[in-house]
Design a protein around this ligand. Structure first.
Ligand SMILES: Cc1ncc(COP(=O)(O)O)c(C=O)c1O
Length: 436
């Protein structure tokens, strides 16, 4: 069965999407066709995991269907609802009430009548939880990272990012200045060396250093206390994106900022609602009223994109209440137990789960993109919904599964995922060792 896929051709198994980015030619619309051929080729062999959709709520067991109609019905380790709050009755009640009270849409962008009392309450709650006075809401987590950097940084400033920083942060930096540099992933010495180099030629302009609380592709976290010290040494400002860890991990749900006790010392924090808060949206917290007002006025996604809807605000607010309650702590413990069980189970079968922290994401390193694509097809055929991470989302030869645990998973779910992955990975590797 797998040999056919192995032999199906270079296009389906080994080529990645970078081959079709930046295609040259005068025919702007025609020149993009090879990408679609590649996509079709992959889909023909069941090797196209993208643009799949769920046909059920995002519960621990669900049904997902690929674009070409391949159905996976089974245990769901493929969504970001880490605390299982998208199916929580309080969240649903809050959404229904907001719809009744305020309707389905806002008047426009925040600056143009788009505000809502629910938004004020949500901002105040988030600020209170994190210990920052000012909170600004954004239409998405992506917009929060992008809009904060793009609005605060001028073309003379510098942005220094962790090499694996999220696309929103990279694009925000690229939109603001040509002075963008990267330091080696989690490597504070590398960050220090780059800061020293920048300051040796420019003491007049600002430097923003950007990292994440937990890097979700790798399940690892930076040493923040040391990084804060280095930023201070060189007069740089530190921004941390806590999209994946805030709410879902750490003491009182405070993620790595709480775990490393650095909340009082970080300058700017951005985050997303799309992981632990059961809806879409993002935020920035700051201690400065002026920064809040500035990003609000000059942040592109603030001024030119409509504000979060009443339903989104009500859902995030209801999720925040659960997250801050004893039930939130129980949900964090549950998801952590599942993540540890999956990690331990896979490790016992000789697989490498990446990371230096336990968080709901369990990245399982496979290496070869070809093996990973085939293994993904096999697990999908055997009732496990999960995500494949392949280049360019990860470096060449570092393809992996990205399992996402949820609070509602049971130990049996965890064991099933371990068994299915183990069998699939072995079969896929064998198919490549012996592709006759
Ligand atoms: C670090 C980080 N920031 C921002 C985002 C974007 O969040 P959203 O999908 O809510 O726009 C993500 C998405 O996964 C992320 O990993």
């Amino acid at each position: 069965m797998d040999r056919a896929a192995v032999r199906a051709g270079e296009l389906a198994l080994s080529v990645d999407s970078t081959s079709f980015a930046q295609l040259p030619g005068a025919d702007l619309l025609g020149r993009v066709a090879p990408m679609l051929q590649w996509q079709h080729r992959r889909a023909e062999h069941g090797l196209w995991p993208y643009f799949r959709s769920f046909r059920t709520p995002l519960a621990a067991h669900a049904v997902a269907v690929t674009e070409d109609g391949r159905i996976t019905e089974g245990v769901n380790f493929g969504c970001q609802d880490y605390l299982s709050l998208s199916t929580h009755p309080l969240v649903h009640e809050a959404a229904a009430k907001a719809l009744r009270d305020y309707g389905p849409i806002t008047a426009g962008a925040l600056g143009l009548n788009g505000g809502q009392p629910l938004g004020e309450e949500l901002g105040a709650g988030l600020g209170d939880m994190l210990g920052f006075e000012h909170c600004l809401l954004f239409p998405t987590g992506w917009a929060a990272g992008y809009g904060t950097i793009q609005s605060l940084i001028t073309k003379h400033d510098h942005v220094l990012l962790d090499k694996l920083a999220h696309n929103s942060l990279r694009q925000g930096a690229a939109a603001a200045t040509a002075n963008v540099r990267y330091f080696a992933h989690l490597d504070n010495d590398s960050a220090r060396a780059q800061l020293r180099a920048i300051r040796s030629v420019d003491s007049r302009n600002a430097i923003l250093v950007v990292t994440e609380g937990v890097f979700s592709m790798d399940s690892d976290a930076p040493a923040l206390r040391e990084l804060i010290g280095i930023c201070r040494e060189y007069g740089a400002t530190l921004m941390v994106d806590v999209a994946h860890d805030f709410g879902a991990t750490g003491p009182d749900g405070l993620g790595q900022l709480g775990a490393q006790q650095v909340l009082d010392d970080v300058d700017l924090v951005v985050g997303a609602f799309s992981k632990s808060f059961a809806t879409t949206g993002g935020f920035l917290v700051t201690r400065s009223a002026a920064v809040h007002a500035y990003v609000r006025l000059y942040g592109g996604p603030q001024t030119f994109s409509s504000a979060l809807t009443p339903v989104q605000l009500a859902v995030a607010l209801a999720a925040l209440r659960v997250i801050r309650s004893p039930e939130g702590a129980q949900r964090r413990e549950s998801v952590e137990r599942i993540a540890i069980r999956v990690r331990d189970g896979l490790a016992a079968h000789g697989h490498h789960c990446m990371g230096n922290v336990v968080c709901p994401v369990v990245p399982v390193l496979l290496g070869s993109t070809e093996v990973a694509r085939l293994a993904w097809r096999l697990v999908s055929e055997h009732g496990v919904i999960t995500n494949l991470a392949e280049p360019p989302a990860v470096p060449a030869d570092r393809a992996r599964f990205r399992l996402q645990a949820m609070a509602d998973h049971t130990p049996d779910d965890a064991d099933q995922v371990v068994r299915t992955l183990d069998t699939a990975i072995r079969s896929a590797k064998k198919a490549f060792d012996d592709p006759r």
